[in-house]
Design a protein around this ligand. Sequence first.
Ligand SMILES: [Ca+2]
Ligand SMILES: [Ca+2]
Ligand SMILES: [Ca+2]
Length: 211
Amino acid sequence: MRTLFMSSLAVVLLLVIGAATPAGAAVRITELMADPASDWDHDGAYDYKLDEWIEVTNTGTAPVNLQDYWFRDESASEPRFQLTGVLDPGETAVFYGSDAVAWQAANGISTAGFSLNNGGDTLYLMHGPAGGDLEIIQSITYPDHTADDDRSYGTVPGGSEWMLYDGLFPYTGTLDPPGSGCNPTPGEPNYCHGLVPDEDVSFGTLKATFM
Ligand SMILES: [Ca+2]
Ligand SMILES: [Ca+2]
Ligand SMILES: [Ca+2]
């Protein structure tokens, strides 16, 4: 009986410990701009580093405080940015290279920004407390042709697969993912505008057209 009680207790403890992470599992990177050619952060000037951006979305059902979430790229051993703010379910937020530089300066580390390589890179979303162990909860490897002059790489509208948003600099090559004609959508849910002006296009239509 005692053994049964102890094993039941262990199960309960495991459930309680496990329950600490599902909220974390709801935050996802949904779009990124590795090679900006415009003033995306609206500071009045273009900068290859400051105008990079990364978008995250709360895909879960509860609000999430982003303070335990971090970005890191392949070449870094330490995080390049600690996210801030609270995201409601379904809400997106965008962070710019200038946000990363400000955070890096405040924390006395090299102001490299996100350092998203224009020839392709891997971006990690990490979760954990400041000063504690950080767990990689998502990794995005983007190919060279998705990181070129205002092209963004993001999830398909309403889905989890990734596609190219190249409406501002069309990609006509044959590499995967192909061009879509859709414009980047920093800070708002991914959808396709540009292909058909002012009209949302479903992933099924995109797939039939481009894939
Ligand atoms: Ca700028
Ligand atoms: Ca870059
Ligand atoms: Ca977006």
